[in-house]
Design a protein around this ligand. Structure first.
Ligand SMILES: [Zn+2]
Length: 271
């Protein structure tokens, strides 16, 4: 007797994911037909065959209703879904979105301009594309970024980014530059955005963050020197927060929140 291959289907539109009823586990009984998809990617992830589709964006000013084929489904921001979906399913969905994003920006060979083709050969990374003219292989682009939780005498450094909603604070983060090691990025970002130096810097965990192609690498460190001073451009306010006195922090599902929650749990104030 053969075991049927379980399939997860993920449908995206803009920054939303469309989820069939009921919410979990994201299995679709059948794929609605007669729909134009902007991207359609099949890939394996965590012992499942998966497929990710992208619906065309809504025309400007259009009412945010779902196409007839997805009538019973519900759309919610994917960042929010990350905290609602079970962990394996969230990871499968994140991989699907990353592959869809990659496909949109990898249509042509950067060397000779020829249209790229799928599936170069056995053994290449999922989503790799090949140039049929010059044989160059292109792997899905991943942009590493670091995020650091800095501790000082029972408090943590919290930063208000200029792009955050009013009153919300997160952690210092930034993209890894070419030629840079991860620890170097952490120290540079803390210096540039907060004017502080740290010690005892250590890696904690990572999380794919497909907005559009990041890999977040989470670190912790202890404050060593310098009074926090925001750069005034990216970071407009900095403060030390204690477990019993925290401002609004990033929503569940984000790596920043995971770092903060782990810290709070250690301090016996875990949510
Ligand atoms: Zn080429």
């Amino acid at each position: 007797m053969t075991t049927p291959v379980a399939t997860s289907l993920f449908v995206f539109r803009g920054l939303d994911i469309l989820l069939p009823p009921p919410l979990s586990p994201g299995l679709a009984p059948c794929l609605p037909s007669g729909q134009d998809y902007l991207g359609d990617h099949s890939y394996p992830c965590r012992d499942r065959a998966c497929r990710a589709l992208r619906l065309p964006p809504l025309p400007t000013g259009a009412e945010a209703i779902l196409p007839p084929a997805f009538e019973d489904w519900r759309a919610l921001p994917f960042r929010q879904a990350l905290s609602e979906l079970e962990e394996d399913e969230a990871a499968r969905a994140a991989k699907g979105l990353a592959l869809l994003n990659w496909r949109e920006v990898s249509k042509f060979c950067g060397s000779c301009g020829t249209a790229l083709v799928e599936d170069p050969a056995e053994g290449y990374a999922v989503g790799a594309r090949r140039c049929p003219a010059c044989s160059r292989i292109y792997y899905p682009r991943i942009s590493p970024a670091v995020i650091v939780l800095v501790e000082r005498e029972g408090k943590i450094l919290l930063a208000h980014n200029a792009s955050f909603p009013a009153g919300r604070f997160g952690l210092i983060a930034g993209f890894v530059e070419a030629g840079e090691g991860l620890e170097e990025t952490c120290r540079r970002e803390l210096r540039e955005e907060a004017s502080i130096e740290v010690e005892d810097l250590r890696y904690v965990s990572s999380q794919p963050w497909p907005f559009p192609d990041s890999l977040m690498l989470a670190f912790r460190a202890r404050w060593k020197a310098g009074e926090p001073r925001p750069d005034g451009v990216e970071i407009t306010e900095l403060r030390w927060g204690s477990p019993d006195d925290l401002p609004a922090i990033p929503p569940p599902g984000s790596v920043a929140r995971r770092l903060i929650d782990a810290y709070l749990a250690e301090q016996g104030a875990g949510a």
